[in-house]
Design a protein around this ligand. Sequence first.
Ligand SMILES: NC(=O)c1ccc[n+]([C@@H]2O[C@H](COP(=O)([O-])OP(=O)(O)OC[C@H]3O[C@@H](n4cnc5c(N)ncnc54)[C@H](OP(=O)(O)O)[C@@H]3O)[C@@H](O)[C@H]2O)c1
Length: 326
Amino acid sequence: MTGDGIASGVAASGPSGHLGGTAGAGAAPPPARALTGAARAAELRAEVAALAASLTERGTTPRLAVLVATEDESTAWYVRSIARAATKTGIVCDTVTLPPTASPDRIAELLAELSADPAVHGVILQTPLPPGAVAAELAAAIAPDKDVDGANPLSLGRLAAGRPAFAPATAAAVVELLDAHGIELLGRTVAVVGRSTVVGKPLAHLLLDRDATVTVCHSRTADLAAATRHADIVVAAAGRPGLITAAHIGEGAVVVDVGTNPTPEGGLTGDVDAESVAPKAGALSPVPGGVGPITTALLLRHTVRAAERAAGAATGPEPGAGPGLT
Ligand SMILES: NC(=O)c1ccc[n+]([C@@H]2O[C@H](COP(=O)([O-])OP(=O)(O)OC[C@H]3O[C@@H](n4cnc5c(N)ncnc54)[C@H](OP(=O)(O)O)[C@@H]3O)[C@@H](O)[C@H]2O)c1
């Protein structure tokens, strides 16, 4: 942990909800501050709604297409929630459905058609996919300027090269959540647990671009706790409920839980064992209610940005601006 401690950055950003633990008179440490995402997500949605209204007035209605090739019920629920959020902000959302037996060629063909349609500004390929279909391969058929969830390998390459690109919304949401809570990244050490192309890898590039010092961990990391417990900030994105315990974090660390693991009761749980981590952490994002709401809002922001570009209403970041076109 850095000398001045991440906890001071947390305290400076003001009071908020707390997670678990007991605040004793000098005895027990104060419980972790809850890094909730709802307030920032609401701000983002309001910004998107204003931009979408202005674009629509000028003749371009932002439109998002979500390609689904699964009958998985939780995926259907997630896609409906994106469509609802889009509609509320003035973005038209088309769910384009293929049967779960669709061939990879058919999926790629449809992605290319949607990418070529001038009325469509954002294209998302929803997972899971039919057996034999590889998301990263198929997403290459999404035009980079419509790749609002950063799934095309070209988008990840541009992020890695420090060039503007759409980052996957979940990875971008982690940075947005930390910014919203006033948590400094410059010069901080961050351990990211998970190296997927959807979360861990793009997040590492976004954090590097913000001058953090980043360690990326994965299932072959020999001693996970040794790799994470000295980090100022730990981001858990492994899809393993309860993987991160108090032994994995330092006193006062900021912990962001990206995990969304279904529980037998039909709810969601993260990758962090909140009961043991909350009394030791400086701040902890809840599941649900942390990264998730911001992720959806960023998908919409990316779509409206893509529509602005298509309409010639935005010229993009200044030359030299880092990755993460949000
Ligand atoms: N909140 C949101 O909006 C949102 C969006 C997307 C995903 N998610 C959630 O985020 C989590 C990760 O998603 P993903 O798509 O990145 O998953 P993924 O593709 O399965 O990748 C998981 C990563 O975690 C690593 N890992 C697995 N077990 C580990 C262990 N015991 N120790 C250290 N690393 C381990 C894997 O290592 P290897 O590379 O070695 O296999 C892999 O890199 C899931 O719970 C997912 O549901 C949330």
